[in-house]
Structure formats: structure tokens, C-alpha cells
Design a protein around this ligand. Structure first.
Ligand code: UT7
Length: 323
């Protein structure tokens, strides 16, 4: 018998305020045309006064629980992937636990920047496969608008806020790729590239800091590393590109998404794309895309999905799962 971590619910939350590219033309030497052409982004949502990383995570988790027909009392563990926790500590996950009214189980954050959701899924899978938890809420939630340098046109036009959540439940599988649930994971990091994407604040400065990125250098690594990690995860799962129904990539840049799909030999009509509407929401981008992809009628039960992401660290990885 193989224990599989099966998605039984999905949900998301996007803050009300939608910011089109044209907004940035008022204060920066940039244009809607440049942002669309270089990144594929048209709009992004920015958190309002009442929104926080933990409040958005609670909203997304509540939606995922409702989708699964479960309550917070059914959950054993919460993992929140975020780089923009409300406070340095406690973890966002414990705040979400309180927000959901859950007084049992355990909760912790995973910090792997834009690869955070893939890392969180791998952790949830390990908890379920080892029998330590039966039901795990896995949430990606970010308020990157709060760590932007609004004078830096190379970064502030790219990011957005939002949250997405999955409920994963232990179900018995056969150990074959026909099983529903997570079939394989692959995680990687290489700290030599830490200066390509970082926030210049923390305990070393006593400030929160702002995001700094050498975008074109990150870009240089992205397609190759994403295609390679996806291939490794597919090999481990015993599936090929032809078997894949949907790539659900981290939504940083349409050119990275297209380049990776091409390298994987998968056509763009099998890729869930939300970057035009959400911008780069870091660890929230994959669960947001999963939730929106289901709402659109793209992702259906039984579909074979590959998620892949890369971000600060550098950290990157992929997960193969059957929905
Ligand atoms: O999610 C975490 C991982 N992050 C990523 O995956 C992001 C990866 N990188 C990217 O998405 C792209 O590199 C960017 C969208 C950030 C930039 O696109 P690019 O094609 O790599 O452009 P570039 O950085 O090489 O910049 C080209 C030019 C520069 O001007 P010069 O030096 O050629 O005169 C920039 O100063 O574009 C300029 N530029 C802008 N112009 C108008 C940079 N930002 C802007 C802007 N508006 N907002």
C-alpha cells in the first residue's frame, strides 16, 4: 500500500484593489507596453489596509476547506509558504491556525521565496507519506507590495499580492502513476546565487528591507533549471511529457513560462497562465493558478499536473501530482 497526499480542496483569495500597468506610468519611467512585452503582466492585486499575509491565508484556507467539505477541526497540520510573514515570528501558520479556530495539530512556515509552495507541498507529502499527518492545509500567501522599493522600476512593476490553498488528504494508492495525489517531488537550491534576489533587511539590519533583484540574471537560470527539475520529478513519477495534462508553473514572467514549456516539449495550450492578472505573487502564484485553473474548467479530477518554480536562494523545484 502506498499512502498518497491527494488534493481534496482548493481555494484562493485576491485583494480587492486591482492595479493596471498604467498606474506605474504616473510615477516611473516605464510603460504598459514594456511591462507587457517583457513580463506578460497586465494587472496585479495589492493588499488593502485590512489585508495581511495571514488574513489572506485564512481566507484562502477557508475556501479550500469548504471546497473539500471539511472544517478546520479535521486538519492535522498547516504549512504556510511565505516570504512576507506578518511578523518575524511567530509563524504565519500559527496565526492562520488561530484564525481558523483550530486548537490542535501543528503549524509552521516554509521560506523558499518563489519556490516556497513547491517546498511546502514536498513537506506536506512527507508528513502524509510517513503517517505523521492525515490532512494538511498547504497555503501560499504573500504581500510583496509591502517590500517593494517604489522607485525601482526593475522590480516594483512585477509583483502582486494574494493567497491560494490546498487541502491534502492521505488516501491509499497502488504505487503507480495512475494514483491520484502527489507522485513525485524534486527540490534544489544553490546559495552561491543569494545576491541575485534578496530583501535587504532582517535581523542583520533591524529593518524589514526591500526586494532587490538582478532580474536578467535570475532569468538566465530560470528556464534551464525549471525544465531540468520538472524532468527529474517526471522521471521519478514514471511519467513522460506526453502524459502531462497541465503545467502549472510559478507565474513570474510569460517568457520564462513559454521557454520552460518549449524545453519540456509541451504546448502552451497545456499550461495554466495567470501572470497577466496576478503578476508575480511569489509562493502564492502556484496555488492561485491551481484554484483559478480549476474555476476556469481547465484542471479536472484525474488530470496529471506538473508544478515548477524558482526564486531567491536560488531555490527551485517541481512536483508531479494527479489532481
Ligand atoms: O519569481 C522569482 C524569480 N524572478 C524571476 O523569475 C524574474 C526573472 N526576470 C525577469 O522576469 C526579467 O528579467 C525582467 C522582467 C525583470 C526584466 O526583463 P529583461 O528582458 O531581462 O530586461 P533587463 O533587465 O535586461 O532590462 C532591459 C532594459 C534595461 O535598460 P538598458 O540597460 O537596456 O538601457 C532596464 O533598465 O529595460 C530597462 N527596464 C525597464 N524599462 C521600462 C527595467 N525595468 C523597466 C521598466 N520599464 N519597468
Amino acid at each position: 500500500m502506498t499512502l498518497r497526499a491527494v488534493v481534496t480542496g482548493v481555494g484562493h483569495y485576491l485583494p480587492e484593489r486591482v492595479v493596471p500597468n498604467a498606474e506605474f506610468e504616473k510615477t516611473l519611467d516605464t510603460s504598459d507596453e514594456w511591462i507587457r512585452a517583457r513580463s506578460g503582466i497586465e494587472n496585479r492585486h495589492f493588499a488593502g489596509e485590512g489585508d495581511s499575509t495571514s488574513s489572506m491565508a485564512v481566507a484562502a484556507a477557508t475556501a479550500a476547506l469548504a471546497d473539500a467539505g471539511r472544517t478546520a477541526q479535521d486538519v492535522d497540520a498547516i504549512i504556510v509558504a511565505t516570504s512576507t510573514a506578518d511578523l518575524t515570528f511567530p509563524s504565519s501558520a500559527t496565526m492562520v491556525q488561530a484564525g481558523l479556530g483550530m486548537t490542535t495539530g501543528f503549524a509552521f512556515d516554509v521560506q523558499a521565496v518563489c519556490a516556497g509552495f513547491v517546498y511546502a507541498l514536498a513537506n506536506a507529502n512527507a508528513l502524509i507519506a510517513s503517517g505523521q499527518a492525515k490532512r494538511v492545509l498547504v497555503i501560499g500567501s504573500e504581500t510583496f507590495s509591502r517590500i517593494m522599493d517604489w522607485t525601482d522600476r526593475g522590480t516594483c512593476v512585477l509583483f502582486g499580492d494574494g493567497a491560494g490553498a490546498l487541502l491534502l488528504e492521505a488516501q491509499e494508492g497502488t504505487g503507480t502513476p495512475a494514483d491520484r495525489g502527489i507522485l513525485a517531488t524534486d527540490l534544489n537550491s544553490d546559495g552561491r546565487h543569494k545576491d541575485l534576489l534578496y530583501v535587504d533587511g532582517g535581523s542583520s539590519t533591524g529593518t524589514t528591507g526591500y526586494l532587490r533583484m538582478q532580474g536578467n540574471q535570475v532569468f538566465r537560470h530560470a528556464v534551464e533549471k525549471l525544465a531540468a527539475t520538472a524532468q527529474t520529478a517526471m522521471d521519478r513519477a514514471g511519467v513522460t511529457a506526453e502524459d502531462v495534462d497541465w503545467i502549472v508553473p510559478h507565474q513570474a514572467n510569460i517568457r520564462i513560462i513559454q521557454g520552460t514549456a518549449k524545453k519540456m516539449n509541451i504546448s502552451m495550450d497545456r499550461v495554466v497562465v495567470t501572470v497577466q492578472d496576478h503578476g508575480n505573487t511569489s509562493a502564492a502564484s502556484i496555488p492561485l493558478a491551481l484554484s483559478v485553473g480549476k474555476q476556469r474548467g481547465q484542471i479536472k479530477q484525474g488530470d496529471l499536473l506538473v508544478t515548477e518554480a524558482i526564486g531567491g536562494g536560488l531555490a527551485w523545484g517541481a512536483v508531479v501530482l494527479r489532481w
